[in-house]
Ligand binder design. Structure first.
Ligand code: OSB
Ligand code: MG
Length: 371
């Protein structure tokens, strides 16, 4: 699958509402869009999910730029790519930098599907025509503000409500939400804010009937999570700790979690994401697709991945309009009754809103891959 050139665009997009997690607040997002173009004029799009600060993991927008320009594109210039999985293999000598790799590999997956004239979901082996989605609600200034946001999300039909927690913002806000909404599918995400010293707080979550607690302990831990899962009845879901199929195997063998959140960027791309999905399916471990406050291209990739059969739990890929004044795809992602209809057009299935893309681009650079 010959690739003629790669274009890197840096974008800046303002979030409609600030989003607060246990590690910090996001007001806007800078990220790279990768375009992979062939001789026929097909263009595949990828989006890097790293943030400007290394809070969630070690990568940043700037490290993405360095790794993509100085290592990943030169590797592509020297290689012959027959299938997107070859890109995954080609990038293996470079340690980590999984979000940088995923952005480039994602553009090649979209290009591949467009060359084959099939939806990306189909190229990945996905069959679902609709996917169920939930929403992730950040830490709010007051419990009343949280309850208001949950109410709006429930009215909009989201299938599952995820609430960000941290020490001091956990049992009280969650209990209030549970009182107001006794029957909703509710879970909490701690983004690594606790240690085993706070096991008593984590045990109390059981009474709140949570579907799961996401990444309560350290970002690089699977041992303490196994200790925790032995003594709490709430299922533990791992996010930050899982970077690969190997991490997944070890976490499942140790009993560190009962559920895995798969994020394409965190695991280095769609090829590895699918491997993790397949392994979890064989082991009877449910998975769902996490979010990283993506713009439309990243959102479209998440939707395609979620069509695989073991994505049995609602993901975080909510409607574009919850995040952005204007998204970079057309139509933008919409959610009806907690469901997204998977697009049937080739590749990511959404057109790029070229005017929006140009308007939001703050830097761009082009690299040719063939003489
Ligand atoms: O842990 O899933 C997370 C946002 C930024 C960084 C990490 C996470 C999140 C979310 C929001 O929970 C997911 C989304 O709505 O895109
Ligand atoms: Mg998370």
């Amino acid at each position: 699958m010959p690739i003629k050139k790669i274009r890197l665009r840096k974008l800046n997009m303002e979030l409609i509402n600030p989003f607060t997690t246990s590690f910090g607040t996001f007001n806007d997002k800078q990220f790279y869009i990768i375009e992979a173009e062939d001789e026929q004029g097909h263009v595949g799009y990828g989006e890097s999910v790293a943030f400007t600060s290394p809070w969630y993991n070690e990568e940043t927008v700037e490290t993405n730029c360095h790794i993509i320009k100085d290592f990943l594109i030169p590797a592509l210039q020297d290689a012959t790519i027959k299938h997107p999985a070859d890109v995954d293999e080609l990038f293996k000598p470079f340690r980590r930098n999984l979000m940088a790799k995923a952005a480039v590999e994602g553009a090649v997956w979209d290009l591949f599907a467009k060359q084959q004239n099939i939806p990306l979901a189909t190229a990945l082996g996905g069959q679902a025509k609709t996917i169920d989605v939930g929403v992730s609600i950040g830490i709010k200034p007051s419990i009343d503000a949280l309850v208001d946001t949950v109410r709006k999300s429930v009215e909009q039909g989201y299938k599952r409500i995820k609430i960000k927690i941290k020490p001091g913002w956990d049992i009280a806000p969650l209990s209030r939400v549970r009182e107001e909404f006794p029957d909703i599918d509710m879970m909490a995400d701690a983004n690594s804010a606790y240690t085993l010293d706070q096991i008593d707080t984590l045990k109390q979550l059981y009474d709140l009937n949570l579907t799961m607690i996401e990444q309560p302990l350290a970002h690089d831990d699977i041992i303490d999570h196994a200790t925790l899962q032995k003594v709490i009845q709430t299922p533990v879901c791992l996010d930050e700790s899982i970077h690969s199929l190997e991490d997944t195997r070890k976490a499942i063998e140790l009993g560190s979690c009962k559920i895995i959140n798969i994020k394409i960027g965190r695991v280095g791309g769609l090829t590895e994401a699918k491997r993790i999905h397949d392994y979890c399916m064989a082991k009877d471990i449910d998975v769902w697709c996490g979010g990283m406050l993506e713009a439309g291209v990243g959102r479209a990739h998440n939707i395609a991945l979620t069509t695989l059969p073991n994505f049995t739990l609602p993901g975080d890929t909510a409607a574009s309009s919850l995040y952005w004044h204007q998204d970079i795809i057309s139509p933008e992602v919409t959610v009806q009754n907690g469901v997204i209809h998977v697009p049937s057009k080739p590749g990511i299935g959404f057109d790029i809103d070229v005017l929006a893309l140009e308007k939001l681009t703050i830097e761009q650079e082009e690299f040719s891959l063939q003489a």
